[in-house]
Design a protein. Structure first.
Lengths: 215, 326
């Protein structure tokens, strides 16, 4: 079984849709279609499970069936055992809000809530989530209304490039629920699992503070 | 990542049977999945033990504490009994990793976690721990963060856990479940120094499962705490650390439990420091004199000689923090 998508697409000079260089939209549509096929009984894999030397082994890679709830929707899929929750969300459910930063539990860009607790989805094997309730950044909004913390990130100008932002926001929701927001210092400490290369920490702390104060 | 089969077990007997057949236990998975992705770890069978009933914190009959192996780091740190009886444990936990990782990682997995030595994690480098007999790239490599105590010619990697330092200081016991039932191993004997076989890290028999960590009852009042020194303020492994517990009665130190982290191939108990303290009256001069013994036997490498002095100062500061300014 070949991997459907490269782990990281090569740099593209123009965002044209060609067979060699699919656009972001085509990428998302393909992922969604794959997710649809899965519901019909196919096996899905992560994007970077096997290196070139593992191609043969990957032919017969063991898979398991798992039922989980993602943002309120029940999903049952059969996944290659190696698939991370992050890859399941991004590549197969089309939920690309959660980001792949380090893929090693060191940056927090992949943070989601599992059964209400914030975790690193890159270090979570999807097969282990039978019966779990997953909330991603896409699941925080109430229809068209932003979650208060999403609004606070805008109000406080709490990002530049935005890549770490979904993880920061989901982590911030967890931090507020846990009650670790009694001072800016406490917020900094309990948000330290989310790295921001742009260095927007001061405003991120303010956004969490603003939202926690509403409660 | 290499392919693997996956089984979820819901009772300990099934788990141990699967473990004896070569299955690899997975709990929080924060170390294992990471290392599998790097192909440092290549288990063929994963046995998911997260459904086992090993997830309680209980006070023992003698007044100690038993922390189940599947209690998460976050749960253990927040537990009222852990916080009130052994602050060194809750502090060590909250100074570890990140909030996300502490929600996933378990106490059993924490003490089983493998070294953060970059050569161990780089499959192209020589590493006796990962590939016995291949050599140690760290000995003459970039070894600023490596161990100064308990090293051998074959390995200089540190044990990365914080809470294990508190467990070592408090003389915890590890409860192990095997085919023949449960046995208890003193913490000092559970984690193995590298010697000639760095790939052997724990005194575990085939299929044995960590069931709990038990902290013995210690005389009260007991003051304890954990200090961690690192390159950044949060979300970083220790360069040096110190877990200290003191029982002072009638103005005299009756019990002293001290261990250091970030400096040893295993959490490093400091008996010479403890002996210097017991029977004495707490004073700043005592803390300083005792801490001078913290690095006894240290063998620094090319880039980590600074740890010798840093360790002494870390221990001195934490003795003063726990024991008070006198």
């Amino acid at each position: 079984m070949s991997t459907e998508l490269p782990e990281s697409a090569p740099p593209r000079s123009e965002p044209k849709e060609t067979a060699a260089a699919p656009s972001r939209r085509a990428f998302v549509v393909t992922s969604t279609a794959v997710a649809g096929a899965v519901a019909a009984g196919g096996v899905i894999t992560g994007t970077s499970l096997a290196g070139p030397d593992e191609a043969t082994a990957a032919e017969a890679a063991p898979a398991s069936r798992v039922s989980l709830t993602v943002n309120g929707t029940r999903r049952t899929v059969t996944v290659d055992n190696r698939t991370s929750l992050l890859d399941l969300l991004r590549e197969h459910f089309g939920l690309t809000g959660s980001k792949k930063g380090c893929n090693a539990g060191a940056c927090g860009a992949c943070t989601v809530l599992v059964d209400g607790r914030r975790i690193n989805s890159c270090l979570t094997l999807a097969v282990r989530l039978n019966g779990a309730e997953v909330t991603t950044v896409e699941g925080l909004t109430d229809g068209d209304r932003l979650h208060p913390l999403q609004q606070a990130f805008i109000d406080q100008d709490a990002f530049q490039c935005g890549y770490c932002t979904p993880g920061q926001i989901v982590s911030g929701v967890g931090c507020i629920q846990e009650g670790h927001t009694r001072s800016p210092e406490e917020i900094r400490e309990w948000m330290s699992g989310n790295i921001c290369r742009c260095g927007c920490y001061v405003n991120i702390v303010r956004a969490v503070e603003q939202t926690a104060a509403r409660k | 990542m290499h392919p693997f089969s996956y089984t979820h077990v819901s009772d300990t007997r099934a788990a141990i049977a699967a473990g004896r057949r070569g299955g690899r236990y997975i709990a929080g998975g924060t170390t294992l999945v990471d290392l599998m992705r790097e192909t440092v770890e290549r288990p063929e069978r994963l046995v998911d033990i997260s459904g086992l009933p090993l997830d309680e914190v209980t006070v023992t009959e003698r007044g100690g504490l038993r922390i189940g192996a599947l209690v998460t780091m976050a749960e253990a740190a927040a537990h009222p009994k852990v916080r009130s009886l052994y602050p060194a444990i809750s502090q060590a936990l909250e100074l570890s990793a990140s909030a996300q990782l502490r929600n996933m990682a378990t106490i059993g997995g924490n003490i089983m976690q493998r070294t953060r030595c970059t050569y161990f994690r780089d499959v192209t480098a020589a590493c006796n721990k990962r590939e016995p007999g291949s050599g140690c790239a760290a000995r003459d490599g970039f070894n600023r963060t490596h161990a100064i105590l308990g090293t051998s010619d074959h390995c200089v990697a540190t044990h990365p856990s914080d809470v294990a330092v508190a467990f070592a200081a408090l003389e915890a016991r590890v409860h192990l479940l095997g085919a023949d039932g449960e046995r208890r191993v003193p913490f000092a004997e559970f984690l193995l120094r590298p010697a000639r076989s760095p790939h052997r890290e724990q005194a575990l028999r085939k299929g044995e499962l960590v069931a709990a960590v038990e902290i013995p009852a210690l005389p009260r009042p007991l003051r304890s705490g954990y200090l961690k020194v690192r390159d950044r303020q949060s979300y970083e492994f220790a360069l040096t650390s110190a877990a200290v517990a003191l029982h002072v009665r009638g103005g005299v130190i009756r019990e002293a439990k001290v261990a250091a982290g970030g400096v040893g191939t295993v959490p490093w108990k400091l008996p010479a420091v403890e002996q210097h303290l017991v029977g004495e009256r707490p004073t700043d001069a005592l803390w300083a004199a005792a801490a001078q013994k913290a690095a006894d036997g240290a063998r620094p490498l090319a880039h980590n000689a600074f740890k010798v002095e840093l360790l002494k100062r870390t221990v001195e500061r934490q003795l003063r923090t726990v024991g008070g300014n006198q």
